[in-house]
Design a protein around this ligand. Structure first.
Ligand code: GLN
Length: 272
């Protein structure tokens, strides 16, 4: 730990370790100061405990820990979510899935979000519509994060511990899921941000499709007639995902790309 005292010393040290914008953000997060203050009050003394805390977070960031895990805050759709290492950091591309769901859901409908994690999809949908949403996850720690997010946002959703459909009862107007779909041997798993995320939320077996098979294969018996299934999948899994929808008997199968132009979402309807 470096021996520092003034704001300016801390800032200069952070700059040698991590980029400017991350340094500004962590100064803001720990010391509660604006970016302008970080530059204009360089001689201000920093409390020792706060200073040590800042150094610890800067070191973590320098090791590649995602900022959202360090600050415990993530932004998705129009909402702010608490995140920790039990849940995936919500990705902007998953907003495409939310957009697709909104096209098929009306006030009063019931929606199931399988593998909800922080509750990103469930809470984004609930923030837009007066619907009954059930968010499931097989990890109790993830569900605790989801519950806290629902309560902080004052959004009423049901949270259920379930291994995909194992504890789900009833039929829904829509099922949404961003299941783990990364291949077990994907070289990206050793890279930067992703290596800090929970493997159970990322890995989908040798072809990445294990969870998608379960989600798509079990959907028909939990959907009302005319109900919809909307799933996210990996960049090269569109054909395989469509095939799983066809095999499960879905009609009106549609797909969407994310804003980067990558195949990302498939949707199908249970025949009326
Ligand atoms: N979109 C994530 C990634 O590739 C994976 C999320 C998932 O497996 N559902 O980084």
């Amino acid at each position: 730990m470096p021996k520092l005292n003034s704001l300016g010393c801390y800032f200069d040290w952070a700059l040698t370790k991590i980029g400017r914008s991350d340094s500004e953000l962590l100064m803001q997060h720990v010391l509660g100061i604006s970016t302008t203050e970080a530059y204009s009050h360089r001689s201000r003394q920093v409390d020792r405990i706060q200073g040590e805390h800042l150094c610890k977070l800067v070191e973590e960031r320098a090791c590649g820990m995602p900022l959202d895990y360090i600050t415990g805050i993530s932004h998705f759709w129009t909402i702010e979510l608490e995140v920790n290492r039990s849940v995936l950091i919500p990705r902007p591309e998953t907003e495409i899935l939310v957009e697709e769901c909104i096209e098929h859901v009306r006030d009063g409908d019931s929606v199931l979000d399988l593998g909800t994690g922080s509750g990103a999809i469930a809470l984004a949908l609930r923030s837009e519509l007066d619907i009954h949403v059930v968010g499931t996850d097989s990890d109790e720690h993830a569900l605790a994060v989801c519950r806290r997010n629902a309560s902080k946002l004052n959004l009423n959703i049901e949270v259920l511990l379930s291994d995909w459909y194992s504890d789900v009862t009833g039929e829904f107007d829509l099922i949404a899921s961003n299941p783990p779909y990364v291949r077990d041997c994907d070289p990206r798993l050793a890279e930067s941000d992703i290596r800090f995320e929970p493997r159970t939320a990322l890995l989908g077996g040798s072809d990445g499709l294990d969870a998608l098979r379960r989600v798509i294969g079990g959907a028909m018996s939990h959907l009302k007639n005319g109900g919809h299934l909307v799933v996210e999948h990996g960049f090269d899994q569109q054909d395989a995902t469509i095939e799983l929808f066809e095999k499960a008997g879905f009609t009106k199968i549609r797909w969407r790309n994310d804003y980067a132009g990558t195949h990302r979402v498939v949707c199908g309807t249970r025949h009326e």
